[in-house]
Design a protein around this ligand. Sequence first.
Ligand code: KIV
Ligand code: NA
Length: 268
Amino acid sequence: MKPVTLATTREMKRRGEKITCLTAYDYSFASLLDTAGIDMIMVGDSLGMVMQGHDSTLPVSVADMVYHARCVARGTKRALIIVDLPFMSYQQSPAHAFASAGRLMQKGGAQVVKLEGGEPMAETVRFLVERGIPVCAHLGLTPQSVHQLGGYRVQGREATAAERIRHDARVLQEAGASLLVLEAVPSELAKTITSDLEIPTIGIGAGPDCDGQVLVLQDMLGIYPRPSPKFSKNFMQGAASVEAAVKSYIEAVKSGTFPGPEHSFHSA
Ligand code: KIV
Ligand code: NA
């Protein structure tokens, strides 16, 4: 049982083996996902919504992220642990981002930190990477910008917006990002970006052609009390246990049957 590293994910991309990822925020679920064979566990700031009941991810603090990341790290032996930098913990300056990312790694057990944003974040990505902190970038629907985006909506449908995201993806890779999450973008755009880049793309609402897939755990278990996004799927339907649901998600991603057309978006 060799631990999954960033080198493993690059090798998987090269081989065309899909990378599986789910979010988790506590010891028991992390342990269950890890044992089921998930490749990466993401401690997302989605915990503000699914664990804390807020309407957005904006209220989440670094201390919240550290707490949940530590719980997850105790349950994880094999999966690569990616932890979100929350809103207000990294945008102001590279030095501020470095201090926050350091806490996630040192106190939380993060192996990779994730941050949202395009070209304006490139300098920060470079600053972290040059100082030994691996970074996962996140483009498309970036939930920390929900008020600027005017809601949780698909991004990059128009040609100019798509070109902007494609450009940002290249710039973030060039700055040293190791992974790229693409959220709620047309499948065609995600496919193009995936072939543009050497680093793996991890899609959520980004169609079947990304190098990997991620979902929010509470969405794929169908236990979030508010409506789940169209791109998600309830894997508890027809499953005998949580473990079986997680295994069927892993199997569906590995075999390319998830996401299907009903979970995907298209260009305008
Ligand atoms: O916060 C989160 O859970 C995320 C992923 C779903 C990409 O950012
Ligand atoms: Na997030």
